[in-house]
Design a protein around this ligand. Structure first.
Ligand code: MN
Length: 436
């Protein structure tokens, strides 16, 4: 089906759920701002702009200052900011697949735009420009409304899934090119450039900065440096995505060259199976927090199988926090417009949060899964000196195979991450369809 058809369905869903939320919160209209440009201190250089996420949920138009007005029973109104400006290129409203879903008025300056918005009665504003909204007579306390809108964000429409698939198709070409650059002996900078060249984007279009790690740097979870001197890596971790119409994919792959220790190569093979098994367990009704707990048991078993841990059962290894030493982050998170998307912990649409579980404090998604949710599944095993050091003299020191761990330290770690859509009958792995 064409993008314009599924976009129309997407907007119809937004309109219906937003009308319900406005009714419940007793507002007559919703005004959503794309946000102003932000500048570096005392400079005329602007920070790269991203539309406010709820604006993007309704409208793929990029650029600053645009406003949307949503009223029950009416076509959404888009107030587009298109100034006379010979310094910059501004929004182009010709030919886009989504134009027919909005009544569009364009404004040449921000003041005129907000004067127009001041005519909206009993409206609630969401977005970054609260002072302007208040000056225009809008309410800005959206504490009841936002959880409802966030909740709706966690059920992806066909249009949104299509955007993530298009992002994934591009990212897959990047991951293949990066893998080739690694096996050709390239530096982290070479590999980054190979990725960017393949996806045919520039850095500021990325959903997040690429994480390109050779060797020991794979133990730094969000490693952003791109070393140019280190080449001929033995191990490689790439966490890199693509953004399409504001929607992100978030993919991680790990590789080992022939020169990597055999123990690491075996661990990598085991991790790949473990990750695929976890993805396959996803279905409506499953608690993502339980899946995270299952991942800890599976990782403990993997470490025991490969002799990294010993003299302990997998259950004991989890209880004593030994799996946490190697897997210190959450199993995954909601994905969409934000890479770590909203409502991962909401229990219901009004915004109730679960009683916090101290055990899983790094987990960003703890929901009971339902059809339409889109999540990452990204188990990892890392050799992080900061976390291993206290264990060397700790009460469970005998459970660790230190000579083997010392062999594996220079390999950094492993993370394998796919994006999985919960379906009515189970799940669909969006990433593997493009990057087997
Ligand atoms: Mn992720």
């Amino acid at each position: 089906m064409s993008l314009s058809v599924i976009f129309r369905q997407h907007i119809a869903l937004r309109q219906k759920s937003t009308e319900q939320a406005l009714r419940e919160c007793r507002f007559d209209a919703l005004v959503i701002g794309a946000g102003e440009l932000q500048y570096y201190a005392e400079d005329d250089a602007a920070v790269s702009h991203r539309s406010y996420h709820h604006f993007n949920h309704w409208c793929p138009l990029s650029g600053e200052n645009h406003l949307l007005v949503i009223r029950p029973g009416q076509k959404p109104e888009l107030c587009a900011y298109i100034p006379d400006d010979y310094w910059h290129e501004h929004a182009d409203l010709e030919d886009a697949f989504w134009l027919a879903e909005f009544n569009i008025t364009s404004f040449g300056n921000v003041e005129a735009l907000w004067q127009h918005i001041a005519k909206v009665r009993d409206g609630i504003y969401i977005g970054p420009d609260k002072a302007r909204a208040e000056a225009a007579g809008l309410k800005t306390d959206a504490a009841n409304l936002l959880p409802r809108l966030n909740w709706e964000r966690s059920f992806k429409s066909e249009y949104e899934v299509k955007c993530v698939e298009r992002a994934t198709r591009r990212a897959a070409t990047g991951h293949v090119a990066a893998r080739e650059a690694f096996f050709a002996g390239g530096s982290e900078l070479d590999i980054h450039h190979a990725y960017m060249r393949a996806i045919r984007q520039i850095d500021r279009q990325l959903p997040y900065e690429t994480i390109v790690c050779l060797n020991e740097k794979a133990a730094v979870l969000h490693y952003h440096k791109k070393r140019d001197k280190t080449r001929l890596g033995k191990t490689f971790l790439l966490d890199a995505g693509v953004r399409y119409k504001g929607y992100a994919c978030d993919i991680t792959r790990s590789y080992a060259a022939d020169a990597a220790p055999a123990e690491f190569r075996n661990l990598l093979g085991g991790m790949n199976k473990l990750q695929q098994n976890l993805c396959g367990l996803i279905k409506p009704g499953l608690s993502f927090e339980h899946l995270h707990a299952q991942a800890h048991l599976d990782i403990a078993a993997l470490l025991l199988d490969h002799g990294v841990l010993r003299s302990v059962s997998k259950e004991q290894a989890v209880e004593r926090g030994l799996s946490q030493v190697f897997f210190p982050h959450g199993l995954g998170h909601m994905l969409g417009i934000h890479v770590h998307d909203v409502a991962g912990k909401q229990v219901d649409r009004t915004g109730t949060l679960p009683t916090p579980q101290a055990k899983h404090k790094t987990l960003r998604a703890s929901r009971i899964l339902d059809a339409g949710n889109l999540l990452t599944v990204e188990p990892g095993v890392y050799f992080i000196d900061m976390l291993l050091k206290p264990q060397r003299s700790g009460e469970h020191a005998a459970c660790f195979n230190w000579p083997l761990i010392d062999t594996l330290m220079p390999c950094g770690g492993i993370r394998i991450e796919d994006n999985v859509l919960v379906t009515r009958s189970g799940q669909r792995n969006i990433t593997r369809a493009f990057l087997p």
